[in-house]
Design a protein around this ligand. Structure first.
Ligand code: NAD
Length: 235
């Protein structure tokens, strides 16, 4: 792009957390490989077999809270950029981990929910949770067991914060997608929304995804994200 951007929207996906040790959705090994999406990531799957769904997210929560999982250089570079950039900056993540906030990101929206939150099935109130969730988990509002679910957006459900995200996409002049395959709707269409208002669109990914961004930078997130955002600050 020719002049410095004033307003930036960044979308991150599972690829930004891969080098922190969290498997991506499509990696061939790891937690997702043995768990079909319709069993563990749909409302119907939860209705059919809540124990399986609880256990799937309990495993992921335990993994996230282990000492081994830490923010990497890509998460840190985004937080540093946000701190130093004088214009408007919004980070939208599809990730349900907490690595962006642990790195220091502030203006951050979790469009697909958060692993360290649970929601009451009756009141829809949201609570922090660091332990396992199960049938014996007492909801903190209705005080009964078995009334909670992971605060995760499953396939077929509406992502969170869409109004705020769309409004930021329509007014940004730079949109950057990091480590996302472009297979999950509606995030896959964000770059097109940004382009309608003539934003420059950039993809940072390990490999080609086939999406029609204006420019592409390929490589591991821990290398390409710090390099890209340091260069952007210098423009
Ligand atoms: P995805 O698994 O579909 O795609 C991951 C993308 O990251 C791929 O395009 C891949 O090429 C790229 N990638 C892999 N390693 C990379 C690296 N080291 N550096 C840069 N890029 C790398 O993930 P998605 O597009 O985010 O969509 C999948 C859905 O799964 C999302 O809804 C997300 O909520 C969920 N998910 C989240 C997490 C997490 O919270 N960390 C992990 C797995 C899946």
């Amino acid at each position: 792009m020719s002049k410095s951007p004033q307003s930036i929207v960044v979308l991150s996906g599972a690829g930004i957390s891969a080098e922190s040790g969290i498997e991506t959705f499509r990696s061939e090994d790891g937690l997702w490989a043995n768990h079909p999406v319709d069993e563990v990531a749909t409302p119907e799957g939860f209705a059919r077999n809540p124990s399986l769904v609880y256990e799937f997210y309990n495993m992921r929560r335990r993994q996230l809270l282990s000492d081994k999982i830490r923010p990497n250089a890509a998460h840190t570079a985004l937080a540093k950029f946000e701190h130093e950039f004088p214009g408007s900056f919004l980070l939208v993540t599809q990730n349900i981990d907490n690595l962006h906030e642990r790195a220091g990101s502030q203006n951050l929206l979790h469009m697909h929910g958060e692993l360290l939150k649970m929601r009451c099935l009756n009141s829809k109130m949201v609570f922090d949770i660091r332990k396992d969730i199960g049938f014996d988990t007492h909801c903190r509002c209705c005080r009964s067991p078995g009334n909670v679910r992971p605060h995760i957006v499953w396939f077929g459900e509406m992502p969170f914060h869409m109004q705020q995200i769309n409004s930021a996409l329509q007014s940004c002049d730079l949109f950057v997608a990091i480590g996302t395959s472009g297979n999950v709707y509606p995030a896959s269409g964000f770059y097109q929304t940004a382009k309608i208002r003539k934003a420059h669109t950039v993809e940072l990914n390990l490999e080609e995804t086939g999406s029609a961004f204006d420019s592409h930078v390929y490589g591991p997130a821990t290398e390409v994200v710090p390099a890209y955002f340091e260069a952007l600050l210098a423009t």
